[in-house]
Design a protein around this ligand. Structure first.
Ligand SMILES: C[S@@+](CC[C@H](N)C(=O)[O-])C[C@H]1O[C@@H](n2cnc3c(N)ncnc32)[C@H](O)[C@@H]1O
Ligand SMILES: Nc1nc2[nH]cc(C(=O)O)c2c(=O)[nH]1
Ligand code: SF4
Ligand SMILES: [Mg+2]
Length: 204
């Protein structure tokens, strides 16, 4: 649809007020906006229901703007893969309301929108494109197996020197990989551990 192509409407899956569970801003209250649509296809993705954009109603950005304003100064745009869509209109609207805007992205599509915080989480099957490596504030690598440490270092070589580096266990194998991450971070202290703390807290 034309309005979706322009970013004036977006396939909205859900919006919820919670605590950022992961990465640098872990522990901070934030309003999450989950946009449907992703073709990256991570086999361990914890929101596969987001993938098919057609199952999520095209929603006017004005609706997202007025809802988000009621809840928080900090907005996290996630998905699905939010950069599937033009994030310009939504983020300009949020900025105009004085909100801080964060994105959770694989970087698989060109960066659009204005952002206060970019969390880049690269995926092997569809690598980040364009200049997002230099713009990312944090790099959050998911560890499912041992090879993911090698992939993590390859990706860390591409980000800016000020970018925070996180290793996060893939949830279904957390008992196996968390000890490996702990050992790795002690050996390579430029990395920090990120846990999906919202799942331990039983919050969204
Ligand atoms: C669901 S994704 C949506 C945003 C974007 N598509 C991305 O992958 O960055 C949000 C975050 O959850 C992470 N994630 C997804 N499934 C996970 C899992 N099973 N275990 C740990 N982290 C996961 C992603 O790597 C990403 O950092
Ligand atoms: N609480 C909470 N924190 C999160 N950080 C990143 C999430 C995401 O799915 O993008 C997420 C999420 O789904 N819930
Ligand atoms: S890129 Fe993100 S939303 Fe898409 S499949 Fe991977 S983890 Fe899931
Ligand atoms: Mg999540």
């Amino acid at each position: 649809m034309d309005l979706v192509d322009k970013g004036a409407m977006l396939p909205l899956m859900e919006e919820f007020y919670t605590i950022q569970g992961e990465g640098f801003h872990k522990g901070t209250a934030a309003y999450f906006v989950r946009i449907g649509g992703c073709d990256v296809g991570c086999h361990w993705c914890d929101v596969k229901e987001s993938w098919n954009a057609e199952t999520h109603p095209p929603t006017a950005i004005e609706h997202i703007l007025s809802n988000s304003k009621k809840y928080s100064d900090t907005i996290v745009i996630t998905g699905g893969e939010p950069l599937t869509w033009d994030m310009g209109p939504l983020t300009q609207g949020l900025k105009a309301q004085g909100q801080h805007i964060h994105i959770e992205t694989s970087g698989a599509y060109p960066l659009t929108g204005v952002w206060d915080w970019i969390c880049l989480s690269p995926k092997k099957n569809k690598l980040p494109v364009g200049d997002i490596y230099q713009k990312a504030h944090e790099l959050k690598m998911i560890v499912y197996n041992k090879h993911d440490f090698i992939f993590a270092e390859e990706q860390a070589a591409k980000v800016s020197k000020d970018c925070m580096l996180y290793l996060q266990p893939e949830w279904s194998v957390r008992e196996k990989v968390t000890p490996l991450i702990v050992e790795y971070v002690m050996k390579h202290p430029k990395w920090k551990v990120s846990l999906q703390t919202h799942k331990y807290l039983n919050i969204p």
